[in-house]
Write a protein that binds this ligand. Structure first.
Ligand SMILES: [Zn+2]
Length: 93
């Protein structure tokens, strides 16, 4: 299924950035911040705006990429990992 991620605010000195994921005409906005990760890959704390959900997302090789959301726990992949990996792959963060 097609989904789009847009980087709305590139992380600045405070390390906080904002991205939006649009899927099926629904857009969710997320605040994110890179956090130290000692076990391989890059770690991000991702907070969905308007809800209490906070996910820790790790981006690295396929075995290093993890997320705490239900999608990842049930399917082993999710839009948070796909979206952040796309931003990293394009050198945007
Ligand atoms: Zn996720």
């Amino acid at each position: 299924m097609t989904q789009y991620i847009r980087l709305l605010r590139r992380p600045k000195a405070d390390g906080v950035g904002i991205f939006a994921i649009t899927k099926k005409n629904r857009t969710n906005f997320y605040v994110f911040k890179e956090v130290p990760c000692d076990i391989g890959g890059r770690g991000f704390a991702v907070h969905r705006l308007g809800l209490a959900d906070l996910y820790h997302v790790r981006i690295g090789t396929s075995s290093e990429s993890t997320c705490e959301c239900m999608g990842f726990l049930s399917r082993g992949r999710c839009k948070h990992i796909q979206g952040l990996a796309a931003l990293i792959g394009h050198g945007m963060i």
